[in-house]
Design a binder for this molecule. Sequence first.
Ligand SMILES: [Zn+2]
Length: 96
Amino acid sequence: MAVAYIQRLMMKLMRPWIGTCEETEARLSDHLEAGLAPEQERRVRRHLAWCPGCRRLYESLVRTVVRVRALARDDEGAPAPSVVAAVTERIRHESG
Ligand SMILES: [Zn+2]
């Protein structure tokens, strides 16, 4: 489809500014925890603005983390960082 082709071409041209999907996926959990350096943070934001695939991944990650935190509040304290990493991995696996 032409739109998808143009989208891919634009992302290729803009790679120096928006980074790759792999790079963005690896940083999503840090982005969520506001744990990124300002320049990395900007790259992730720009990438998410351009990439529907990573945006979907990010949105499911946000929904999951919100649910996990709600559960953790009922239980005790916040989930360990490894929980967030495991959830990211599972979502990535499911979304293929
Ligand atoms: Zn992407």
